[in-house]
Design a protein around this ligand. Structure first.
Ligand code: C5P
Length: 220
């Protein structure tokens, strides 16, 4: 009786964001960017002077997030403030990963995430969509790519913005973040038991989307 869910999980740089958005567009389904919710909590905390280790205070912020998404234009508001760009900064991402490690914050965001499920269906992008938030999802995809490939993608993104970077340093940073995400005690980054793993290392964006669509069509 509930709308179907496609859960797309994996580390950053795996192509997860691009692939899951494209899946939602091509299926004509709703889209949940769960990482944005953790970024919003961190942003609200910095804004209101709530410390990033104040679990009760952060959980309270998370429970009362006044968030509005416009998926078509990819814009996000927190109350009256448009935060689309602010939450994409490295600092916001870093703060997001800190608040995301707190069980009280994850618990407080559970229902909000589940409320995105609506007909005709939902594509949910995150780290624990298939394992925790939507354990009964019809399709679970775990996207990966080698650390070297993800570093190369990041390098190209930075270069496009005119920012110099060092590949070896990017690889090291990515490997360190993977380790932290996979070893955290709550909702660690790992494939759900029934997830299909898709390695996008040798694929471009179109190839990754086509492969993911193939998995979805084969399982719905
Ligand atoms: O995907 P994104 O980079 O926007 O996520 C920001 C941070 O939020 C991640 O580094 C991760 O620590 C956390 N996150 C999470 N669970 C999710 C989505 C994101 O812990 N479902």
């Amino acid at each position: 009786d509930q709308a179907p869910v496609v859960a797309v999980d994996g580390p950053s740089g795996s192509g997860k964001g691009t692939v899951s958005r494209a899946l939602a567009t091509r299926l004509g389904w709703h889209f949940l960017d769960s990482g944005a919710l953790y970024r919003l909590v961190a942003h609200a905390a910095l804004d209101r002077g709530v410390a990033l280790d104040d679990e009760a205070g952060l959980a309270d912020l998370a429970r009362h997030l006044e968030v509005r998404f416009d998926t078509d234009s990819d814009r996000i508001w927190l109350g009256d403030e448009e935060v689309s760009l602010a939450i994409r900064s490295e600092a916001a991402g870093d703060a997001a990963s800190r608040v995301a490690a707190l069980p009280g914050v994850r618990e407080a965001l559970l229902q909000l995430q589940r409320d995105f499920r609506a007909a005709p269906g939902l594509v949910a992008d995150g780290r624990d969509m298939g394992s925790v938030v939507f354990p009964a999802a019809e399709v679970k995809i775990f996207l990966t790519a080698s650390a070297g490939e993800r570093a190369r993608r990041r390098y190209n993104q930075l270069k496009e913005k005119g920012i110099e970077a060092d590949i070896a340093e990017l690889v090291a940073a990515i490997e360190a973040r993977d380790k932290r995400d996979m070893e955290r005690p709550v909702a660690p980054l790992k494939p759900a038991e029934d997830a299909v793993e898709l390695d996008t290392s040798g694929l471009d964006i179109e190839g990754s989307i086509a492969a993911a669509l193939g998995i979805v069509r084969g399982r719905l």
